[in-house]
Design a protein around this ligand. Structure first.
Ligand code: 6PG
Length: 244
């Protein structure tokens, strides 16, 4: 079966998915020129993929000098907090690779308000992009790794939250809906992407993945329509009959 949108790549297990995801990133980074902007998701699913990036052969293949690392969303906690996406990403690979510090773009979460953090992150993205408005023929993000929550959220676009209605700002605060306040890229920013890659593993995600692949337009993930290629990476437990 083919999903209502995008293409599905099924894998026997999370390790095979992580390997393929790292290869997907490397191939596109190697075949690109100039700045290559990668948006990283938080949560647990992407961690095995991130860990591979610090190991050979990926470590030697990635053009670290021109890859910029941004976050699709962040919990408004200290980077040292176990809940921090940036903290997880640094531990998984970013603290162990030759990425220039100027290419690493965490969300500010100390000595700023939630709103100031969102505004500063949007300002950073606009400086990185080199313009105040997004152009249809020049995506903001080269690759965007996204997770999928059981409730259909992605990044910190949470069901029922005002962030889902935002179509002008690139980054907004999310003050309700989770234990910690969040910062999230909006649909406007997330859809300005050359390659959007959802990473979905485990039996608990089977129901929501089935709903989204069937063409759901109600959940936050189902409402995301990226400009470029959309690829669903799912292991057998999450993909179920979709991977046959
Ligand atoms: C976050 C993520 C979030 C995550 C999903 C799936 O900050 O938590 O950005 O959108 O991708 O909640 O999380 P798991 O991969 O842990 O299932």
């Amino acid at each position: 079966m083919n999903p209502a949108r995008g293409t599905l790549r099924g894998f026997p297990d999370p390790a095979a998915l992580a390997q393929a995801g790292a290869e997907f990133l490397c191939e596109r980074a190697e075949s690109s020129t100039g700045p290559f902007v990668v948006a990283l998701s938080g949560g647990s699913t992407p961690k095995p993929l991130y860990q591979l990036l610090a190991l050979e052969p990926f470590r030697a293949r990635l053009p670290w000098d021109r890859i910029h690392w941004v976050l699709g969303d962040e919990r408004f906690v200290k980077w040292s907090d176990p809940a921090s996406n940036f903290g997880m990403i640094c531990g998984a690979f970013l603290s162990h690779v030759p990425a220039p510090s100027a290419n690493i773009h965490p969300v500010p979460t100390e000595d700023v308000t939630l709103e100031e953090a969102a505004q500063r992150y949007e300002d950073m993205l606009k400086e990185l992009y080199g313009a105040e408005t997004l152009s249809a023929d020049r995506p903001l993000l080269s690759v965007n790794f996204l997770g999928l929550g059981e409730d259909g959220h992605t990044a910190s676009l949470l069901p029922g939250q005002p962030a889902l209605q935002e179509r002008e700002r690139w980054v907004v605060p999310v003050s309700h809906g989770r234990a910690e306040p969040r910062i999230t890229l909006t649909y406007r920013a997330l859809e300005s992407t050359r390659y959007t890659v959802f990473l979905v593993t485990g039996a608990k995600k089977a129901a929501i993945l089935d709903k989204v692949l069937s063409g759901d337009t109600e959940t936050p993930a189902g409402r995301l329509h990226p400009a470029g290629e959309l690829v669903w990476f799912a292991d057998q437990e999450a993909a179920g009959g979709w991977a046959k």
